[in-house]
Design a protein around this ligand. Structure first.
Ligand code: UDP
Ligand code: MG
Length: 314
Protein backbone atom coordinates (compact mmCIF):
# COMPACT_ATOMS: atom_id res chain seq x y z
CA UNK A 1 0.00 0.00 0.00
CA UNK A 2 1.31 3.44 -0.93
CA UNK A 3 1.94 5.87 1.86
CA UNK A 4 0.93 9.51 1.69
CA UNK A 5 2.60 12.04 3.96
CA UNK A 6 0.87 15.30 4.78
CA UNK A 7 3.33 17.98 5.83
CA UNK A 8 2.05 20.95 7.81
CA UNK A 9 4.23 23.73 9.22
CA UNK A 10 2.63 25.29 12.29
CA UNK A 11 3.46 28.59 13.92
CA UNK A 12 1.16 29.73 16.72
CA UNK A 13 -1.77 27.73 15.41
CA UNK A 14 -3.43 26.60 18.65
CA UNK A 15 -6.87 27.75 17.45
CA UNK A 16 -6.63 26.24 13.99
CA UNK A 17 -5.14 22.86 14.90
CA UNK A 18 -8.25 21.14 16.34
CA UNK A 19 -10.26 22.23 13.29
CA UNK A 20 -7.46 21.17 10.99
CA UNK A 21 -7.22 17.75 12.57
CA UNK A 22 -10.97 17.26 12.29
CA UNK A 23 -10.95 18.19 8.62
CA UNK A 24 -7.95 15.97 7.91
CA UNK A 25 -9.51 13.08 9.75
CA UNK A 26 -12.64 13.39 7.64
CA UNK A 27 -10.62 13.61 4.44
CA UNK A 28 -8.51 10.57 5.32
CA UNK A 29 -11.67 8.57 6.05
CA UNK A 30 -13.19 9.47 2.71
CA UNK A 31 -14.10 6.50 0.54
CA UNK A 32 -11.85 7.76 -2.25
CA UNK A 33 -8.73 7.12 -0.17
CA UNK A 34 -9.65 5.17 2.95
CA UNK A 35 -8.17 1.68 2.95
CA UNK A 36 -6.31 2.35 -0.29
CA UNK A 37 -3.54 4.48 1.12
CA UNK A 38 -1.63 4.65 4.34
CA UNK A 39 -1.40 8.12 5.85
CA UNK A 40 1.18 9.99 7.82
CA UNK A 41 0.57 13.51 9.12
CA UNK A 42 3.83 15.35 9.79
CA UNK A 43 3.30 18.49 11.84
CA UNK A 44 6.25 20.82 12.27
CA UNK A 45 6.13 23.17 15.23
CA UNK A 46 8.12 26.18 14.09
CA UNK A 47 8.97 27.57 17.52
CA UNK A 48 5.44 28.59 18.47
CA UNK A 49 5.00 30.62 21.63
CA UNK A 50 1.46 29.39 22.35
CA UNK A 51 0.26 25.87 23.20
CA UNK A 52 0.76 24.48 19.68
CA UNK A 53 3.37 21.98 20.88
CA UNK A 54 1.12 20.64 23.63
CA UNK A 55 -1.65 20.09 21.09
CA UNK A 56 0.76 18.31 18.72
CA UNK A 57 1.91 15.99 21.52
CA UNK A 58 -1.72 15.24 22.37
CA UNK A 59 -2.59 14.49 18.73
CA UNK A 60 0.41 12.19 18.43
CA UNK A 61 -0.66 10.32 21.54
CA UNK A 62 -4.23 9.86 20.29
CA UNK A 63 -3.51 9.04 16.68
CA UNK A 64 -0.57 6.92 15.55
CA UNK A 65 -0.72 8.48 12.07
CA UNK A 66 0.31 11.82 13.52
CA UNK A 67 4.00 12.63 13.91
CA UNK A 68 5.46 15.91 14.98
CA UNK A 69 8.77 17.72 14.90
CA UNK A 70 9.52 20.48 17.35
CA UNK A 71 12.10 23.00 16.13
CA UNK A 72 14.30 24.71 18.71
CA UNK A 73 13.03 28.17 17.73
CA UNK A 74 11.15 29.93 14.95
CA UNK A 75 13.08 29.27 11.75
CA UNK A 76 10.44 30.49 9.32
CA UNK A 77 8.04 28.53 7.14
CA UNK A 78 10.60 27.80 4.42
CA UNK A 79 12.97 26.10 6.85
CA UNK A 80 10.13 24.38 8.69
CA UNK A 81 9.19 22.79 5.36
CA UNK A 82 12.78 21.70 4.82
CA UNK A 83 12.70 19.98 8.22
CA UNK A 84 9.49 18.26 7.19
CA UNK A 85 11.02 17.00 3.93
CA UNK A 86 13.85 15.44 5.92
CA UNK A 87 11.46 13.55 8.16
CA UNK A 88 8.57 12.42 5.94
CA UNK A 89 8.62 8.80 4.86
CA UNK A 90 5.74 8.59 2.40
CA UNK A 91 5.73 7.80 -1.33
CA UNK A 92 4.47 11.31 -1.81
CA UNK A 93 4.15 14.38 0.34
CA UNK A 94 1.30 16.88 0.42
CA UNK A 95 2.19 20.29 1.83
CA UNK A 96 -0.62 22.20 3.49
CA UNK A 97 -1.10 25.27 5.67
CA UNK A 98 -2.36 24.77 9.20
CA UNK A 99 -5.07 27.40 8.92
CA UNK A 100 -7.29 25.40 6.51
CA UNK A 101 -6.78 27.97 3.78
CA UNK A 102 -5.73 24.95 1.75
CA UNK A 103 -8.82 22.73 1.86
CA UNK A 104 -7.94 19.03 2.44
CA UNK A 105 -10.60 17.92 -0.09
CA UNK A 106 -8.35 19.13 -2.89
CA UNK A 107 -6.00 16.28 -2.09
CA UNK A 108 -8.25 13.67 -3.74
CA UNK A 109 -7.81 15.34 -7.08
CA UNK A 110 -4.08 15.70 -6.43
CA UNK A 111 -3.73 12.01 -5.64
CA UNK A 112 -5.61 11.15 -8.83
CA UNK A 113 -3.17 13.20 -10.89
CA UNK A 114 -0.26 11.65 -9.02
CA UNK A 115 -1.57 8.18 -9.91
CA UNK A 116 -1.65 9.31 -13.55
CA UNK A 117 2.10 9.75 -13.31
CA UNK A 118 2.56 13.43 -12.50
CA UNK A 119 5.27 14.08 -9.96
CA UNK A 120 4.47 17.59 -8.83
CA UNK A 121 0.76 18.41 -8.60
CA UNK A 122 0.35 22.00 -7.54
CA UNK A 123 -2.85 23.74 -6.50
CA UNK A 124 -3.60 26.98 -8.24
CA UNK A 125 -5.87 29.49 -6.53
CA UNK A 126 -8.80 30.80 -8.54
CA UNK A 127 -9.56 33.20 -5.71
CA UNK A 128 -7.28 34.36 -2.95
CA UNK A 129 -9.52 34.84 0.08
CA UNK A 130 -9.59 38.03 2.10
CA UNK A 131 -6.54 40.05 1.22
CA UNK A 132 -5.93 43.71 0.72
CA UNK A 133 -6.06 45.13 -2.78
CA UNK A 134 -2.49 46.36 -2.39
CA UNK A 135 -1.20 42.92 -1.44
CA UNK A 136 -2.81 41.31 -4.49
CA UNK A 137 -1.47 44.02 -6.81
CA UNK A 138 2.04 43.80 -5.34
CA UNK A 139 2.04 40.01 -5.63
CA UNK A 140 1.09 40.25 -9.30
CA UNK A 141 3.81 42.81 -10.03
CA UNK A 142 6.37 40.76 -8.14
CA UNK A 143 5.78 37.63 -10.23
CA UNK A 144 5.93 39.65 -13.44
CA UNK A 145 9.31 41.08 -12.47
CA UNK A 146 10.68 37.78 -11.17
CA UNK A 147 9.65 35.95 -14.34
CA UNK A 148 11.27 38.61 -16.53
CA UNK A 149 14.54 38.30 -14.65
CA UNK A 150 14.92 34.60 -13.95
CA UNK A 151 15.44 31.74 -16.35
CA UNK A 152 13.20 29.37 -14.43
CA UNK A 153 9.50 29.98 -14.96
CA UNK A 154 7.74 30.90 -11.72
CA UNK A 155 4.07 30.10 -11.39
CA UNK A 156 1.68 32.79 -10.31
CA UNK A 157 -1.15 32.20 -7.83
CA UNK A 158 0.51 28.97 -6.78
CA UNK A 159 1.59 28.67 -3.19
CA UNK A 160 3.18 25.86 -1.26
CA UNK A 161 0.00 23.77 -1.38
CA UNK A 162 0.97 20.80 -3.56
CA UNK A 163 1.63 17.10 -3.81
CA UNK A 164 5.23 16.08 -4.38
CA UNK A 165 6.38 12.65 -5.42
CA UNK A 166 9.12 11.07 -3.32
CA UNK A 167 11.58 11.88 -6.09
CA UNK A 168 10.77 15.60 -5.88
CA UNK A 169 11.19 15.48 -2.12
CA UNK A 170 14.59 13.85 -2.53
CA UNK A 171 15.57 16.53 -5.05
CA UNK A 172 14.45 19.29 -2.69
CA UNK A 173 16.35 17.68 0.17
CA UNK A 174 19.55 17.92 -1.85
CA UNK A 175 19.17 21.71 -2.08
CA UNK A 176 20.50 22.84 1.27
CA UNK A 177 20.53 26.61 0.85
CA UNK A 178 19.35 28.18 4.08
CA UNK A 179 17.77 31.38 2.81
CA UNK A 180 15.20 29.47 0.90
CA UNK A 181 12.59 30.54 -1.56
CA UNK A 182 10.77 27.23 -1.80
CA UNK A 183 8.17 28.44 -4.32
CA UNK A 184 11.05 28.94 -6.72
CA UNK A 185 12.78 25.70 -5.82
CA UNK A 186 9.64 23.72 -6.75
CA UNK A 187 9.91 25.18 -10.23
CA UNK A 188 13.69 24.82 -10.34
CA UNK A 189 13.70 21.06 -9.74
CA UNK A 190 11.48 20.50 -12.75
CA UNK A 191 9.68 17.12 -12.98
CA UNK A 192 6.31 16.52 -14.57
CA UNK A 193 3.87 19.07 -13.26
CA UNK A 194 0.08 19.08 -13.20
CA UNK A 195 -2.35 21.68 -11.97
CA UNK A 196 -5.52 21.49 -9.92
CA UNK A 197 -7.68 24.53 -9.25
CA UNK A 198 -9.14 25.54 -5.92
CA UNK A 199 -10.74 28.42 -4.07
CA UNK A 200 -8.52 29.76 -1.35
CA UNK A 201 -10.68 30.53 1.66
CA UNK A 202 -9.90 32.65 4.68
CA UNK A 203 -8.04 31.60 7.79
CA UNK A 204 -10.33 29.62 10.12
CA UNK A 205 -8.70 31.10 13.21
CA UNK A 206 -5.73 33.12 14.34
CA UNK A 207 -4.03 35.80 12.30
CA UNK A 208 -1.48 35.66 9.53
CA UNK A 209 2.11 35.89 10.69
CA UNK A 210 3.27 37.36 7.40
CA UNK A 211 3.54 41.09 7.72
CA UNK A 212 4.09 43.27 4.66
CA UNK A 213 7.72 43.55 5.75
CA UNK A 214 8.21 39.75 5.99
CA UNK A 215 6.57 39.32 2.57
CA UNK A 216 8.90 41.92 1.10
CA UNK A 217 11.91 40.08 2.55
CA UNK A 218 10.60 36.85 1.01
CA UNK A 219 10.21 38.65 -2.29
CA UNK A 220 13.79 39.93 -2.16
CA UNK A 221 14.99 36.44 -1.22
CA UNK A 222 13.12 35.12 -4.24
CA UNK A 223 14.77 37.55 -6.61
CA UNK A 224 18.28 37.22 -5.15
CA UNK A 225 18.25 33.44 -5.06
CA UNK A 226 16.94 32.99 -8.60
CA UNK A 227 18.54 35.69 -10.66
CA UNK A 228 21.65 37.80 -10.80
CA UNK A 229 19.97 40.35 -13.06
CA UNK A 230 20.02 43.16 -10.43
CA UNK A 231 23.81 42.91 -10.42
CA UNK A 232 23.87 44.08 -14.03
CA UNK A 233 21.91 47.18 -13.12
CA UNK A 234 25.11 48.95 -12.07
CA UNK A 235 26.77 48.13 -15.38
CA UNK A 236 23.87 49.43 -17.45
CA UNK A 237 23.30 52.54 -15.39
CA UNK A 238 27.03 53.23 -15.57
CA UNK A 239 27.07 52.94 -19.35
CA UNK A 240 23.97 55.09 -19.83
CA UNK A 241 24.99 57.82 -17.40
CA UNK A 242 28.54 57.99 -18.79
CA UNK A 243 27.15 58.31 -22.30
CA UNK A 244 24.93 61.26 -21.43
CA UNK A 245 27.67 62.83 -19.32
CA UNK A 246 29.99 62.72 -22.31
CA UNK A 247 27.47 64.37 -24.62
CA UNK A 248 26.83 67.04 -22.02
CA UNK A 249 30.59 67.59 -21.69
CA UNK A 250 30.95 68.22 -25.42
CA UNK A 251 27.97 70.57 -25.29
CA UNK A 252 29.39 72.61 -22.38
CA UNK A 253 32.83 72.74 -23.99
CA UNK A 254 31.48 74.07 -27.31
CA UNK A 255 29.22 76.57 -25.54
CA UNK A 256 32.16 77.95 -23.58
CA UNK A 257 34.41 78.13 -26.64
CA UNK A 258 31.85 79.86 -28.85
CA UNK A 259 30.00 82.13 -26.41
CA UNK A 260 32.62 82.36 -23.65
CA UNK A 261 29.95 81.50 -21.11
CA UNK A 262 31.10 81.98 -17.51
CA UNK A 263 30.66 78.85 -15.35
CA UNK A 264 27.38 78.78 -13.44
CA UNK A 265 24.89 76.19 -12.28
CA UNK A 266 25.46 75.35 -8.64
CA UNK A 267 21.91 73.85 -8.28
CA UNK A 268 22.40 71.56 -11.30
CA UNK A 269 25.68 70.41 -9.85
CA UNK A 270 24.11 69.50 -6.50
CA UNK A 271 21.27 67.65 -8.25
CA UNK A 272 23.65 65.60 -10.36
CA UNK A 273 25.89 64.76 -7.40
CA UNK A 274 22.95 63.71 -5.24
CA UNK A 275 21.40 61.69 -8.05
CA UNK A 276 24.64 59.88 -8.79
CA UNK A 277 25.21 59.34 -5.05
CA UNK A 278 21.80 57.72 -4.85
CA UNK A 279 22.47 55.47 -7.83
CA UNK A 280 25.84 54.42 -6.41
CA UNK A 281 24.35 53.62 -3.01
CA UNK A 282 21.56 51.63 -4.64
CA UNK A 283 24.03 49.56 -6.64
CA UNK A 284 26.16 49.04 -3.55
CA UNK A 285 23.08 47.90 -1.67
CA UNK A 286 22.26 45.37 -4.38
CA UNK A 287 25.83 44.09 -4.28
CA UNK A 288 25.51 43.91 -0.51
CA UNK A 289 22.39 41.72 -0.76
CA UNK A 290 24.33 39.16 -2.78
CA UNK A 291 27.42 39.38 -0.58
CA UNK A 292 25.27 38.93 2.53
CA UNK A 293 23.75 35.81 0.94
CA UNK A 294 27.21 34.47 0.18
CA UNK A 295 28.32 35.22 3.72
CA UNK A 296 25.45 33.39 5.36
CA UNK A 297 25.69 30.40 3.00
CA UNK A 298 29.44 30.01 3.54
CA UNK A 299 28.88 29.67 7.28
CA UNK A 300 27.17 26.40 6.44
CA UNK A 301 24.80 26.51 9.35
CA UNK A 302 21.93 24.05 9.17
CA UNK A 303 18.60 25.56 8.16
CA UNK A 304 16.88 24.34 11.31
CA UNK A 305 17.53 22.51 14.56
CA UNK A 306 15.19 19.83 15.85
CA UNK A 307 14.56 19.72 19.58
CA UNK A 308 12.05 16.92 19.76
CA UNK A 309 10.68 14.30 17.39
CA UNK A 310 7.68 12.24 18.47
CA UNK A 311 8.25 12.47 22.24
CA UNK A 312 11.97 11.84 21.88
CA UNK A 313 14.46 14.63 22.47
CA UNK A 314 16.94 14.84 19.61
N1 UDP B 1 4.27 29.38 9.38
C1 UDP B 1 5.42 28.80 9.91
N2 UDP B 1 6.44 29.61 10.35
C2 UDP B 1 6.37 30.97 10.30
C3 UDP B 1 5.20 31.55 9.74
C4 UDP B 1 4.18 30.73 9.28
O1 UDP B 1 5.54 27.58 9.97
O2 UDP B 1 7.30 31.63 10.73
C5 UDP B 1 3.16 28.51 8.89
C6 UDP B 1 1.79 28.82 9.48
O3 UDP B 1 1.57 28.14 10.69
C7 UDP B 1 0.85 28.32 8.39
C8 UDP B 1 1.64 28.57 7.12
O4 UDP B 1 3.01 28.71 7.52
O5 UDP B 1 0.61 26.93 8.51
C9 UDP B 1 1.15 29.79 6.39
O6 UDP B 1 1.19 30.90 7.23
P1 UDP B 1 0.06 32.01 7.23
O7 UDP B 1 -1.29 31.38 7.17
O8 UDP B 1 0.34 32.91 8.39
O9 UDP B 1 0.38 32.75 5.88
P2 UDP B 1 -0.65 33.25 4.74
O10 UDP B 1 -1.69 32.17 4.57
O11 UDP B 1 -1.23 34.50 5.27
O12 UDP B 1 0.21 33.42 3.55
MG1 MG C 1 -2.77 31.27 5.85
Amino acid sequence: MKKISILIPCYNEQESLPLLYKALNEAMADSRVAGRYEFEVMLVNDGSSDSTLAILRQLHKEDSRVSYIDLSRNFGKENAMMAGFDYVTGDCCIIMDADLQDPPQVMFEMIEKWEEGYEDVYAKRISRGKESWLRKKLSMKFYKILNKMSKVEMLQNVGDFRLLDKRCVEALKSLRETERYTKGLFCWIGYRKAEVLFDRGDRVAGTTSWSMWKLMRLGIDGIISFTTAPLHLATWLGIIISFFAFIYLVFVLLKTLIFGDPVAGFPTLICVILFLGGVILLCLGILGEYVARMYSETKRRPGYIVREFNDKLV
